[in-house]
Design a protein around this ligand. Structure first.
Ligand SMILES: Cc1cc2nc3c(=O)[nH]c(=O)nc-3n(C[C@H](O)[C@H](O)[C@H](O)COP(=O)(O)O)c2cc1C
Length: 181
């Protein structure tokens, strides 16, 4: 989904009323069964000013013109979705000039640090204002036979589980939207 909602109108009102340009935020993400999308939507709900939410598997996104960019993805078999990796590589130099937040959804708590390092470019991880593991979900009703079998065997889980970190959402949100800098 790529949506701007009513916030474009809110931006224009703010410019007319105060002569100040409202902060613009872009949230891009890619995922498989909806956990990453849910986290992106929870972050979007906390963003002030103009917000664009873009599922990179359905549309293109360009960070030009945005002050803050949040990039999210999930891990499958040790790897982040190629759309998120491609976005980071394509816009790396621009992203290094912006306020950036990164998040990952993944279930293997012991591998979070290594999976973050593998998922995002090292320069971006170093420059990001916030980097968060936002937990994970297994939505069994959305998985195919093979995915269910893998999750049962590797994670020992055989039903839908949602374990999204609201604390992580709040930390990311506070780091990116909380202050003036
Ligand atoms: C087939 C499959 C493979 C997975 N592989 C990994 C993995 O290698 N490492 C990990 O930490 N989590 C792994 N997970 C857990 C997912 O990262 C987790 O379910 C995440 O919330 C998925 O988010 P999404 O629905 O937005 O793609 C895997 C899940 C599935 C279904």
């Amino acid at each position: 989904m790529c949506s701007r909602g009513n916030n474009v109108t809110i931006n224009i009102r703010l410019i007319l009323s105060f002569g100040v340009r409202a902060v613009k935020t872009l949230i891009v993400y890619a995922g498989r069964h909806g956990c990453t999308q849910k986290c992106a939507e929870m972050l979007a709900a906390q963003a002030p000013g103009g917000i664009t939410l873009a599922n990179l598997q359905k549309c293109q996104a360009d960070p030009s013109g945005y002050d803050t960019v949040i990039i999210g993805g999930s891990i499958r078999m040790g790897k982040i979705q190629k759309e998120t990796a491609t976005f980071c590589r394509a816009y790396l130099s621009q992203l290094l000039e912006k306020k950036v937040g990164l998040f990952l959804c993944c279930a293997n708590a012991a591998a979070v640090a290594a999976q973050l390092q593998a998922a995002f470019p090292a320069e971006l991880l170093a420059a990001a204002r916030a980097v968060e593991h936002l937990g994970y979900a297994y939505y069994f009703e959305k998985m195919n036979f093979l995915e269910r079998a893998i999750v049962k065997k590797i994670a020992g889980v055989d039903r839908t589980v949602e374990n999204i970190s609201r604390a992580g959402i709040d930390r990311l949100s506070a780091a990116l939207f909380g202050g003036s800098g």
